[in-house]
Design a protein around this ligand. Structure first.
Ligand code: ADP
Ligand code: MG
Ligand code: MG
Ligand code: MG
Ligand code: MG
Length: 436
């Protein structure tokens, strides 16, 4: 039987337009909106883009790039059902994959995992704030508790928005299972089931688009920015991970192992801790990211973000937490992480841990906020983006696994971003230095 064409699907489902969407190196989603009448040829030949116009490290003289959508990952917008969104991979006009495409970087790492018989499954927790439409303050003026986490009243004041997003996830078949108010005023989190890593990355990407769109529909502005308010807890993006074999057996489980986890799980933990400083260039990729990690305690009493590359049991003060007997959680990442690169870098580091049989040493059970580990025992996470980029530049592990061309492009654009930031003369500098 021949596969149904996209235009046939459009007729059947009432889709009038398709968004062919790719995510660039800075995590920006870029699209062409294609009418159903043209989608079959466009899906085949690819939608054309001038590559220099996106963050891809191309020049204005380079030939156009082509975004080929993945039709198996089509999401009909729950809030606007005449439109369907498809993530795309980028190819050059010669038909070669563009190596610095984030989605292709993740696919490359997953292919390496698969070659070793590993199927990686992940779940992400994407925290976000709901702000006024101007984006300058928390939308709910009544949301003022100093410990606002799980605040029922503030959660339910946003019921209309949360319900619409959660209903959307249900329609899409993601199996959302809980929504809550998080640890900062105006901050929320919504959780859906884990899946294979590429599916989760595509959903993560679409989730950000969905949350922002539905918030705007309700006259609000959603932000995933790592630290929009100095005194409040920032937006984390924790990743939970487990590795399965081809028979769908969770290889991270071992009833005899410490906390129920296997040697393989501990090797992955060790690999991630070993590469954690360079990994920050992807898990914490913006200037603002470093105002979330290494931050002073917030109004709620804790930042809930790690400062050191350490692991513990069900203990939220370390970079890695083992919440249950089937997986572990990486807590470094934040809302500015590129959904594809966050997972690609984390899995690459984990695979290195497995191939080198790395040992993470014993876990730490301390409260790392009040009783921090001495730095002879653990690595400290980078204090700013420039440091993270320097760790990545000097790295020997992630670069070959993610691809030299890709990392070179990424570093070049991120170093430019740092320079751009560094040229700013900030209000803080003026108050501190004007009278020097
Ligand atoms: P917490 O806030 O305690 O860190 P959440 O319930 O908010 O946890 O998020 C947990 C995430 O981990 C969800 O996406 C969930 O589906 C995912 N998860 C659960 N089990 C596994 C597993 N075995 N492998 C990968 N992800 C998992
Ligand atoms: Mg034109
Ligand atoms: Mg959570
Ligand atoms: Mg959370
Ligand atoms: Mg978590």
């Amino acid at each position: 039987m021949t596969q149904e064409t996209l235009s046939q699907l459009a007729t059947e489902k009432g889709i009038r337009y398709f968004l062919i969407s790719f995510t660039d190196l800075f995590g920006v989603q870029r699209s062409k909106l294609v009418p159903a009448s043209s989608i079959d040829t466009m899906a085949e030949s690819g939608a054309g883009f001038a590559g220099f116009a996106a963050w891809l490290d191309l020049t204005p003289a380079d030939p156009d790039i082509l975004a080929i959508p993945d039709r198996d990952r089509l999401f009909q917008l729950p809030w606007q059902s005449d439109i369907a969104w498809m993530p795309a991979d980028i190819y050059t006009s010669d038909g070669d994959p563009l190596l610095q495409t984030p989605r292709l970087v993740l696919k490359r790492v997953l292919a390496e995992a698969k070659a070793q018989g590993y199927q990686v499954k992940t779940g992400v927790e994407c925290e976000y704030f709901l702000l006024t439409s101007q984006g300058d303050q928390i939308a709910d003026g009544f949301d003022q508790q100093s410990k606002p986490c799980y605040d029922q009243q503030a959660l339910m004041r946003r019921y209309e928005v949360i319900r619409e997003i959660c209903d959307g996830m249900q329609v899409l078949g993601w199996n959302p299972y809980q929504n809550d108010h998080e640890d900062a005023n105006g901050q929320f989190e919504m959780n859906w089931d884990y899946a294979d890593a590429l599916t989760t990355a595509d959903r993560h990407t679409f989730f950000k688009y969905m949350v922002k769109s539905i918030a705007e529909k309700h006259g609000l502005r959603a932000t995933f920015m790592p630290k929009p308010f100095q005194h409040l807890t920032g937006n984390g993006c924790h990743v939970h991970i487990s590795v399965w074999n081809d028979d769908n057996k969770n290889l991270f489980c071992d009833p005899q192992g410490e906390l129920g986890l296997s040697n393989l799980a501990y090797q992955f933990i060790a690999g991630i801790l070993h590469s954690s400083q360079a990994l920050c260039a992807f898990s914490n990729p913006t200037i603002n990211s470093y105002k979330r990690i290494n931050a002073a305690a917030t109004a709620s009493g804790a930042t809930w973000s790690p400062n050191t590359a350490s692991y513990g049991g069900n203990n939220r003060t370390h970079a890695i937490r083992i919440p249950d007997r089937d997986r572990f959680e990486l807590r470094m990442g934040d809302g500015s992480a590129n959904p594809y690169l966050l997972q690609a870098a984390m899995i690459a580091a984990g695979l290195d841990g497995a191939s080198q049989q790395r040992d993470p040493g014993p876990r730490f059970d301390n409260n790392n906020y009040t009783d921090p580990l001495p730095l002879e025992k653990v690595k400290q996470l980078p204090g700013n983006l420039l440091d993270a980029l320097r760790y990545l530049e000097a790295d020997q592990i992630l670069i070959p696994r993610l691809g030299e061309e890709f990392v070179a492009s990424y570093l070049k654009l991120k170093q430019q971003e740092w320079q751009h930031y560094h040229q700013e003369i900030t209000p803080w500098e003026l108050t501190q230095t004007l009278d020097c």
